[in-house]
Design a protein around this ligand. Structure first.
Ligand SMILES: Cc1ncc(COP(=O)(O)O)c(C=O)c1O
Length: 402
């Protein structure tokens, strides 16, 4: 039996894996110690749990456990990376390179720095949402201190050529940060193989808890200088003061461990479901468009525009299917998605876009139901659209002329 409502918004957030909850439970109840308490077993137990989680995360992204700095989520990780590097390297330079389709946590940190005298280059993307590594190379100057390009986009799922960009950064001796929130736990992201110096992670995007994240900060060859944003007890190598969120950290670690073992198989399954949804929609509806790269895309993400239909009205019509139009983090505003606009998608098409975010618990039956419901709603809304009627009329007249 099909359970409704159907959740298909896994890029906004994911449900907590029951195994993750189970791992966290002791630390939410009887094992409540402060990981900084050095004088008793409550503290030692908490510290041990934190070290286990560090090792689980390090295993997934292939780094040393002590290169992980725990934060409250990726918004904080992004802020710490961008502002922390900017403040610590001010004498060296004041130029940062990023791209137009980054998450607001990066873009707004950069805007903030612009007001403090930093110069930011916001690189364009192509129609698939891809950054050209040559553009990165051309933008580097003697004053460039940081390049920050996301691993995969949260709205369209396009995967960036991260290792090529990292190579450009290395060649010019510039630090490279990547917001890998949407990629970690979904596709292989190994910091050393890719050449990443700093990387943001968030627990709730891959079946871990909300309110916990991490910043990977490479501590070898050469050591990275980074200014903390929070001052206090000097936790996390003095980079992030504040009592550690032990249950959250344990949950993040467990989510990484589960992803390490299941990611590949789950990715294959999601690709099949995602492509099935796409095929069904394009076979049943005309005037529909795929947003994002056709192949270099995250397994579970499908962003499509339905011409002659307002995305918000379509969302309203899909009462028992949870999907999103534009980015969930910024929805509530009716502006066109800045990601789609940067990709050159026409405003009316951008406003007719829906993001389907498939995840671990979605089934083929749910995909088929979603395809039917979307088709029904799009047809219904188009019946009300004078433009669609004109287009249809024009086509009918045209075929009679032939
Ligand atoms: C690419 C990207 N970066 C950063 C964030 C912010 O993450 P958090 O919710 O952990 O602050 C998100 C969340 O949507 C995201 O998709």
């Amino acid at each position: 039996m099909l359970q409704k409502p159907i959740y298909m918004d896994h890029n906004a957030t994911t449900p907590l894996d029951p195994e993750v909850l189970e791992a966290m439970m002791p630390y939410l109840t009887y094992a409540f110690g402060n990981a900084s308490s050095k004088a008793h077993s409550f503290g030692w137990n908490a510290e041990e749990a934190v070290q286990t989680a560090r090792a689980q995360i390090a295993d997934l992204i292939q780094c040393d456990p002590d290169e992980i700095i725990f934060t409250s989520g990726a918004t904080e990780s992004d802020n710490l990376a961008v502002k922390g590097i900017a403040y610590a390297n001010r004498k060296k330079g004041n130029h940062i390179i990023t791209c137009q389709i980054e998450h607001k946590a990066i873009l707004d940190s950069c805007k903030y720095l612009e007001n403090k005298g930093f110069e930011i280059t916001y690189l364009p993307v192509d129609s698939y949402g891809m950054v050209d590594p040559e553009d990165v190379a051309c933008a580097i100057t003697r004053r460039t201190i940081l390049i920050s390009i996301m691993a995969a986009n949260n709205e369209v799922g396009t995967i960036q050529p991260i290792s090529d960009i990292a190579r450009m950064a290395q060649r010019h001796d510039v630090l490279f940060h990547s917001d890998a929130v949407q990629a970690v736990g979904k596709i292989d992201v190994r910091v050393d193989d890719l050449g990443i110096d700093l990387m943001s992670i968030s627990g709730h995007k891959f079946y871990g808890p909300k309110g916990i994240g991490a910043l990977y900060v490479r501590n070898r060859r050469p050591r990275i200088r980074i200014e903390p944003l929070l001052h206090g007890g000097g936790h996390e190598r003095r980079l992030r003061s504040g009592t550690l969120n032990v249950p959250g950290i344990v949950g993040l670690g467990k989510a990484c461990e589960i992803a390490s073992s299941r990611m590949e198989k789950e990715g294959d399954r999601l690709r099949v479901l995602r492509d099935r949804l796409y095929q069904r929609l394009i076979s049943q509806l005309d005037h529909v468009h795929l947003n994002g790269h056709p192949t270099r895309r995250l397994p579970g993400i499908l962003n499509m525009s339905f011409e002659f239909v307002d995305g918000e009205s379509l969302l309203m019509g899909l009462k028992d299917i949870a999907v999103s139009s534009g980015s969930a983090c910024t929805s509530g505003t009716s502006e066109s998605s800045y990601v789609l606009v940067a990709m050159g998608v026409e405003e009316s098409l951008a406003n007719s876009s829906i993001r389907f975010g498939l995840g671990r618990y979605n089934t083929q039956e749910e995909v088929d139901y979603t395809a039917e419901e979307v088709t029904r709603q799009v047809r219904h809304l188009r019946e009300l659209s004078p433009y669609y009627a004109i287009i249809k009329q024009g086509k009918a007249n045209h075929s009679m002329d032939l």
